[in-house]
Design a protein around this ligand. Structure first.
Ligand SMILES: Cc1ncc(COP(=O)(O)O)c(C=O)c1O
Length: 439
């Protein structure tokens, strides 16, 4: 069915996620097609994708290789049960993922989303401690402004207040976020100040004793507006987790699959977590899938130390879905063949220079970047709710032909890794015009 503005569906039935439904349905923004770096809107305009969809379409849109692999898999084995039965392609895909994983993180559990990956990782951490006779270790430490999806584990560990405040939560506590605009404004790459914030973990250990199971962080916080960790912070947190027997989980749902210029942020920082969560770019966003990578020790403790035949009471009907695995294998092939994991490094200087050129644009109070990610803080609009100016910028950008994201008054960009220098230039040129026209 070809959609356009004269052929718009009834919008009332679909209760939309993370959307102001009434506002959206009063003035919808509908995308009807995509190819390469561009979406097409229902009114026939080309919209340059400055966000890889939702941080996921790392290899660009409508890749024929992925479509062919999906089609072929659908016609040969469309579905097979994943409990007490297996199918070869999930083992193949796990092996391929292990081949690009940080050293030692080679035991792979499949999920369908980043949220499920976060909850799975949290359960793994608790199960690991229990299997080693440390069942008292069950609390999770997250970080303010962290986002780990919308499951109860993820919102408990997460640090975005609107996502958590009305729900009962798992036992958890939080270290501070690392955004320090006063000391680090307009940092290019890693900010200089703030590594000491990792030491917050010491205070939580003093408070909670040996009841902490794991710390979960996004190496670079995405959803809160691209918060880049200060130099030395990640290393320090790793050392403290080791010192206190607490597992370290990296949520690489955004940073995984090339966003920083390496397969994973773990490679980029040279720091290996005990568990790593992924989703999004694992299939180039085209089929829902996630994967949790565990260190062999974590896997072995649970699997070999189990009191029951089935070692880990956890899984999803679609864990390792054959069609998702086919999409994932074809995606990895593209990443490798086209050198896309190196792309953010190759374009790093161009990207940093381009995004920081907006430093003197009106309303801009900070710009942060790492890999092919950037965040732009706008001064909130006086007399209006927080986020009004950011939202206005996002809508105006869409109308001007670029897709960006707004969280509060922070704008984020993270284009597909196939982006050209000319397209980077266009993103920034249009964004400057948009921001300059805001009141
Ligand atoms: C770091 C991080 N973790 C988890 C999630 C949740 O992923 P999903 O929406 O696939 O459940 C997201 C989504 O943006 C994310 O950015």
């Amino acid at each position: 069915m070809a959609y356009d503005r004269d052929n718009r569906p009834d919008l009332s039935n679909h209760w939309m996620p993370f959307t102001a439904n009434r506002q959206f349905k009063a003035a919808p923004r509908l995308l009807v097609a995509a190819k390469g770096m561009y979406y097409r809107s229902e009114d026939g305009r080309e919209v340059l994708d400055g966000t890889s969809g939702l941080w996921c379409v790392n290899a660009g849109h409508a890749r024929p290789e992925i479509a062919a692999a999906v089609n072929q898999q659908l016609m040969s084995l469309d579905y097979a049960p994943s409990f007490q039965m297996g199918h070869p392609i999930s083992f193949d895909f796990a092996q391929a993922l292990a081949g690009i994983a940080p050293a030692g993180l080679d035991r792979i559990f499949f999920t369908n989303s980043g949220s499920e990956s976060a909850d799975t990782a949290i359960k793994m951490a608790i199960a690991y401690h229990r299997a080693r006779g440390q069942g008292h270790r069950s609390k999770i430490v997250g970080r303010e402004k962290g986002y780990h999806g919308v499951g109860f584990g993820g919102i408990s560990a997460g640090g975005l207040v609107n996502n958590r405040r009305i729900y009962p939560l798992l036992p958890s506590d939080h270290i501070r976020h690392t955004l320090d605009v006063e000391r680090n404004a307009f940092s290019k790459g890693l900010p200089e100040h703030g590594a000491e914030r990792a030491d917050d973990l010491e205070q939580l250990v003093a408070l909670h004793g040996d009841t902490l199971a794991a710390v979960i962080i996004e190496p670079v916080a995405g959803s809160a507006g691209v918060i880049v960790p200060p130099r030395g912070y990640i290393e320090r947190l790793r050392a403290l987790c080791d010192k206190h027997g607490v597992l370290l989980i990296f949520d690489e749902v955004i940073t995984g699959f090339g966003r920083l210029g390496a397969p994973f942020a773990s490679h980029w920082f040279g720091v290996t977590p005990d568990i790593m969560t992924t989703a999004k770019g694992i299939t180039n966003g085209v089929i829902p899938m996630g994967a949790v990578f565990a260190r062999r020790e974590v896997h072995d403790a649970v699997v070999n130390g189990s009191e029951t035949a089935m070692e880990f009471f956890h899984g999803y009907t679609y864990s390792g879905h054959p069609v998702s695995c086919a999409a994932g294998l074809a995606t990895l092939d593209i990443y490798r063949r086209e050198g896309l994991f190196e792309r953010a490094t190759e374009l790093g200087d161009t990207w940093a220079e381009a995004v920081h050129s907006l430093r003197d644009a009106p309303h801009v109070t900070d710009i942060r970047n790492l890999g092919l990610m950037a965040g732009f803080d706008l001064e909130p609009k006086p007399g209006e709710p927080v986020g009004a100016r950011g939202y206005a910028a996002m809508v105006a950008a869409f109308e001007a032909g670029i897709l960006i994201r707004a969280t509060g008054d922070t704008l984020a960009m993270s284009p597909p890794l196939i982006v050209s220098k000319a397209e980077i230039d266009r993103l920034v040129t249009v964004l400057r015009k948009v921001i300059s026209a805001l009141d």
